[in-house]
Write a protein that binds this ligand. Sequence first.
Ligand code: ZN
Ligand code: ZN
Length: 178
Amino acid sequence: MTFTPAEVLRDRGIAATAQRLAVLRAVANSPHITAEGVVAFAQADIGAISRQAVYDALGVLVNKGLIRRIQPVGSPALYEDRVADNHHHVICRICGVVADVDCAVGSTPCLRAADDMGYEIDEAEVAYWGRCPTCQAEGRTTTVLDTPSSRRQNQRRTRPEELHPTHTAKPEEISRAI
Ligand SMILES: [Zn+2]
Ligand SMILES: [Zn+2]
């Protein structure tokens, strides 16, 4: 049995406004979309919708678990409607394109840290960085993303064509580290 987006919203106790439905459509239409991408899509979709209304709707939908917000280091926040499966992301350090990858060994094994340090862990965020097939095919080796992450990674990595899993740092950790 499938539910309409409006029914899904009401089921979570959220009013199914035209704005929220347009934001949901935008995220469903292009996974890993930026907030600005959602603004453009929603404005083309329903006409008048303010940037603030889009950001407000994104906040509500993330809080209610209907969409997921990810923020790769050096990237704006990205939104997707594939939620609650703890999947990970592979990110091209050259062009920034993002793809989903399933958890390596099951649904949520990353939540079992080798040592949880006494924390109650409820989320693991894994980002794989590398070069996407398009950038490989076109021989692109220099990034257009001038981020602290790409500078650091490029200095550290000798073979950028290889994928290595790295845990993403939170933005606040980055700004503290600079
Ligand atoms: Zn690429
Ligand atoms: Zn994803």
